[in-house]
Design a protein around this ligand. Structure first.
Ligand SMILES: Nc1ncnc2c1ncn2[C@@H]1O[C@H](COP(=O)(O)OP(=O)(O)OP(=O)(O)O)[C@@H](O)[C@H]1O
Ligand SMILES: [Mg+2]
Length: 242
């Protein structure tokens, strides 16, 4: 379980998270939506300890992410994160790219790491691309490789930050299908997305970020069907596909 309590985060004088409270239970899919600069990416970075916070607490399965004693490397093994773009090592094959973290971080031997990587690459539909170099993959395939790479660490949580926004429209579907599959398998996920139809269909809850706060949170039916806050309604009107 991820528990975020009264988290405040600033970059210099600019406060970008202004008291965030949030709980994500095991197996839950939470979507974060909201305008540019509202703090969604920053929230994800704070959850896996990539960014410090000024006050409040983030606890993941009982571990205080920002406590001095917390082993962040250990924590990050349990929280996979996939970004809009991930630069794979161009001189390594798809398989070798996905083997890297199990080898280096989990200290698996070559054979074990290969088994893990093959399993996850097949799972995301890249079983035919093991020996190919990343530059030969489509954008959608590259994103699925990034997902396989994160899954190869056997994370308990997956965070996704606009993983489809850099893709041509015809490639978006295959990546969303992969995420949909993970959610059906019970993966706990936080998904920052501009894909409102996906958020509506896959999420258990949707959080609308506005000016550094969760302005409104609820079921997809409630948020998309009858938002309580005028700002939520305005945002949804402004985005395509809501
Ligand atoms: N490393 C940084 N240094 C300084 N300011 C930052 C940094 N990262 C983010 N910010 C600022 O924090 C605010 C929140 O940014 P954030 O990236 O979290 O927004 P977002 O909701 O993810 O937006 P988008 O939808 O455009 O991705 C913005 O004003 C941004 O300029
Ligand atoms: Mg962002």
């Amino acid at each position: 379980m991820i528990e975020v309590s009264d988290v405040r985060k600033s970059f210099g004088k600019l406060e970008v998270l202004k008291g965030i409270n949030l709980t994500v239970k095991k197996g839950e899919v939470l979507s974060m939506i909201g305008g540019s600069g509202s703090g969604k990416s920053t929230m994800l970075m704070c959850i896996n300890g990539l960014e410090p916070i000024q006050s409040g607490r983030i606890v993941v399965d009982g571990i205080d992410v920002h406590a001095k004693s917390t082993d962040l490397n250990h924590l990050r093994k349990r929280i996979g994160i996939v970004f809009q773009q991930w630069n794979a090592f161009p001189h390594l094959t798809v398989l070798e790219n996905v083997m890297l973290a199990p080898r280096k971080v989990l200290k698996k031997n070559r054979q074990e790491a290969e088994q893990i990587a093959v399993r996850h690459l097949k799972h995301v539909g890249l079983g035919e691309k093991l020996k190919v170099f990343p530059s030969r993959l489509s954008g959608g395939q590259q994103q699925r490789m990034a997902i396989a790479r994160a899954l190869a660490m056997s994370p308990d949580y997956m965070l996704f930050d606009e993983v489809t926004s850099a893709l041509d429209p015809q490639l978006v579907g295959e990546v969303l299908d992969t995420m949909r599959m993970l959610s059906k398998e019970g993966m706990t996920m936080i998904v920052v997305t501009h894909e409102m139809r996906f958020a509506r269909e896959v999420s258990d809850r949707v959080a609308y970020f506005h000016q550094g706060k969760i302005h409104e949170i609820g079921s997809p039916e409630q948020i998309f069907g009858s938002p309580n806050q005028p700002e939520t309604a305005n945002f949804l009107k402004s985005v395509h596909g809501a």
